[in-house]
Design a protein around this ligand. Structure first.
Ligand code: FES
Length: 132
C-alpha cells in the first residue's frame, strides 16, 4: 500500500495482525514520512523489488490513480504475471452513469456500464495509451 503520508493509511490498526499471519506480507510506503515511520519511502512500484512473486500462483488487484496502476501493471507484467491475472479498478470521472456522455470511456468500454473492475488483458491497449 502506498499513500502520501502515514495519516492516509487505511486499516492501520490491522497491520500488526496481518504482519503476524504466516501467509501474509505487508509492504507499506509513503511519499512524506513522519518521525515515527519505519517502513519505506517512495512510490509503490519500488516495493516490487522487495517482493518475491511466483507468477504462476499470483493474482494482482489494484486501485488508485491510473498513472500508478499503469506503472504497476507494467512492473507486474515484467515480473511474469500474465495480463489475465491482473485486475484494475478504474475510478473515472462519471457524469451520466448510463454509457451516454462518454466521460468515463476507455477505448470501446464505458466504466460506468462495464466497470469499474477490469481484467487487465481486456483493456491493456487503451490503458497503456496516455490521455485516453
Ligand atoms: S458516465 Fe457517462 S458514459 Fe459513463
Amino acid at each position: 500500500m502506498g499513500v502520501k503520508t502515514p495519516k492516509d493509511l487505511l486499516y492501520r490498526e490491522r497491520f500488526r495482525a496481518w504482519e503476524r499471519h504466516p501467509n501474509t506480507e505487508v509492504y507499506l510506503t509513503v511519499d512524506h514520512p513522519d518521525k515515527a515511520w519505519k517502513y519505506n519511502v517512495g512510490v509503490v512500484t519500488n516495493l516490487f523489488d522487495q517482493v518475491e512473486i511466483d507468477p504462476r500462483h499470483s493474482i494482482a488487484m489494484m486501485c488508485g490513480p491510473e498513472i500508478m496502476m499503469r506503472y504497476t501493471a507494467r512492473s507486474l507484467l515484467s515480473r511474469g504475471i500474465a495480463a489475465d491475472r491482473i485486475y484494475v479498478s478504474l475510478e473515472r470521472n462519471m457524469k451520466c452513469a448510463i454509457a451516454f456522455c462518454g466521460h468515463c470511456q476507455l477505448g470501446p468500454t464505458f466504466v460506468c456500464r462495464e466497470g469499474p473492475v477490469y481484467r487487465y488483458d481486456r483493456i491493456q491497449p487503451w490503458f497503456e495509451t496516455r490521455e485516453i
